[in-house]
Design a protein around this ligand. Structure first.
Ligand code: PGA
Length: 253
């Protein structure tokens, strides 16, 4: 059985490196006691190194929140390359989060970032999701288009190495998560699109996460009824007691 994957996206939090260390330390101590779940924390770049354990810790990994679309080094002021992240001890990279897309990421740049992450030997967590729902259901075609735009040209060999985080934009930072029954439908839809792009096997086996207003209370139902392989958690990931509760609850499912 593959482990459930719980990814904490800290966004532009917390305010100090001391607080980052404290949160990561608590998550690490909780992670070693998990049996069927892997915990990933994705701090802002300056906190990555202080959060990476000196020796490997069971069920605990560090991720990054974005990466440069540029490959290799060079004159790219302010950019951080995938190989640099790998060198720091990062395992996963979130790519194409809607907040990054709102700041300029496009299907093309997301595709380049995914390739750079894979070529560095890291695992991309590619965020996709509709910004609104229309009664006619055009959002399904839009979502399919969004996935094809960033992954359509990806070599087939990468089919199983990409993680998808389905995050309906309207459910991010909202009061409530999407209903678990709908999450189930949407995760099946995402898997079908992946089967079209890659192989039927990739469609079945790809890890699909749900993200958008997940907390320790709604996480068990989202996992059970939504039948996703894991969660991408924003606000609750820097509320460390809630995040640890969430990890324990999901581990027991
Ligand atoms: P949220 O954020 O859990 O605060 O809704 C999720 C995300 O943006 O990944």
């Amino acid at each position: 059985m593959t482990k459930k994957l719980i990814v904490g996206n800290w966004k532009m939090n917390p305010g100090t490196v001391a607080e980052a260390r404290r949160i990561a330390g608590k998550v690490k101590r909780a992670a070693v006691r998990l049996e069927h779940t892997e915990a990933v924390v994705c701090p802002p770049f300056p906190y990555i190194l202080p959060c990476v354990p000196r020796r490997p810790v069971g069920n605990f990994c560090v991720g990054a929140q974005t990466v440069s679309a540029e490959a290799g080094g060079g004159p790219h002021t302010g950019e951080v390359g995938a190989a640099m992240l790998k060198d720091l001890g990062v395992s996963y990279v979130i790519v194409g989060h809607s907040e990054q897309r709102a700041m300029g990421d496009t299907g093309v740049t997301v595709g380049k970032k995914v390739k750079n992450v894979l070529e560095a030997g890291l695992t991309p967590i590619v965020c996709v999701g509709e910004s609104a729902r229309d009664p006619e259901g055009a959002y399904l075609e839009n979502l399919k288009g969004q996935i094809k735009e960033c992954l359509g040209d990806m070599p087939k060999k990468y089919g199983r190495e990409i993680i998808i985080a389905y995050e309906p934009v309207w459910a991010i930072g909202a009061k409530e998560a999407m209903a678990p029954e709908q999450i189930y439908e949407m995760s099946l839809f995402v898997k079908k699109v992946l089967a079209d792009i890659f192989t039927p096997e990739a469609g079945v086996k790809t890890t699909v996460l749900y993200g958008g207003s997940v907390n320790f209370r709604n996480a068990p139902d989202i996992m059970r009824v939504g039948k996703v392989d894991g969660l991408l958690v924003g606000r609750e990931s820097v509320n460390v007691s809630g995040f640890v509760e969430l990890l324990k609850a999901v581990d027991q499912i």
